[in-house]
Structure formats: structure tokens, C-alpha cells
Write a protein that binds this ligand. Structure first.
Ligand SMILES: [Zn+2]
Length: 174
């Protein structure tokens, strides 16, 4: 079985590969599907949740960070157009896919009318933080309730002894 992502598989074919992999690993794939784990939302779900007040914002359309201005802007514009079709709103906030960020993206984001962007760097934003390089607390199932609450109160940032390394900074290519 060739699992290469360069095979140009359709979504349905990727689903088949995931199912076979889960079988090989003894993972209950049907249970994952039933619990909606590792699944994308559908058009109808996004439209409904948007009407109910959930705010959907930009993340690039193909979950990548092209190091080319034209391709990067294409990602933002396609993502915005797609979201607008479902939410009837213009998205102006951005989250760097996989936490990849770099200075070269800031003018490109501004040119696209993006007013804030979050990294995966753990920390609190202050009045001096660049709005296009916002740190945050990424909550995961590996975080304890106490850890989560400490960040809600601000103590988590103050007491953080060991911070994760800054995420995947991509230096400019020129
Ligand atoms: Zn993502």
C-alpha cells in the first residue's frame, strides 16, 4: 500500500487509505467517524453554525503556506470566497496553518485585508503584540483542567517555566 500524499488522491480515496490504515493498526474507524474525530465540517454544517453565531475565519484554502505572494493571496482569496458562500460574511481574521509563520507573510496578509492572525506560540497578547503575530493558548486533550484554568486567569503565562519552542518560523527567501 502506497500512502504517499503526492499520489493526487481524491477525498474519497484518502478516506479509503485512512480506513485501511486504521484496520492495520487495530483502530475502530467506524467509531472515529461516528464521533466526528479528525473530520472536516460540511458546507451545510458551516452555514447552520454560522447562522447560530459561530464565527468562521481564514486558514488558507488548502492548509498550506505558499512562500510566493501570488499563490499565498490565491489561498486567502479562495478560502474567503468559500467561507463567504457558507457564512454570508467576509472573513478578516487568520490562523497560520500548522503554526507556520514568517515576516514575509505580514504585508501579504495586510494586502488581503486581514486584521489579525494567530500563531501557535503559547503566550498572552499585549498592547505591544503585532496583531498579525498573536500568541495563544492551544487547548488539547493533553492539557489538564488546572493547566487550562491557569491560562484563563493569566497565571499560566506568568508561571510558564517551559514554553514550547517558537513555531516553525519561515525566514524570507530573498
Ligand atoms: Zn489547521
Amino acid at each position: 500500500m502506497n500512502l504517499s500524499i503526492t499520489q493526487g488522491l481524491s477525498g474519497l480515496e484518502k478516506n479509503g487509505v485512512a480506513r485501511r490504515l486504521a484496520d492495520l493498526l487495530g483502530v475502530d474507524y467506524a467509531d472515529l467517524v461516528q464521533k466526528r474525530i479528525l473530520q472536516l465540517m460540511g458546507t451545510q454544517e458551516i452555514a447552520e453554525l454560522s447562522r447560530d453565531g459561530v464565527d468562521f475565519q481564514l486558514h488558507t484554502h488548502r492548509h498550506c503556506m505558499p512562500n510566493d505572494e501570488f499563490l499565498f493571496q490565491k489561498e486567502i482569496e479562495e478560502n474567503r470566497t468559500c467561507l463567504r458562500g457558507m457564512s454570508q460574511k467576509d472573513a478578516v481574521h487568520f490562523c497560520y496553518p500548522s503554526g507556520f509563520y514568517g515576516q514575509q507573510f505580514l504585508p501579504w496578509l495586510k494586502a488581503e485585508g486581514v486584521i489579525s492572525a494567530t500563531t501557535c506560540d503559547t503566550g498572552f497578547a499585549t498592547s505591544r503584540t503585532n496583531a498579525l503575530l498573536l500568541p495563544r493558548f492551544v487547548d488539547t486533550s493533553g492539557r489538564s483542567e488546572l493547566d487550562f484554568e491557569s491560562w484563563l486567569t493569566g497565571a499560566g503565562d506568568f508561571l510558564a517555566i517551559r514554553r514550547a519552542a517558537r513555531q516553525k518560523y519561515i525566514p524570507p527567501t530573498d
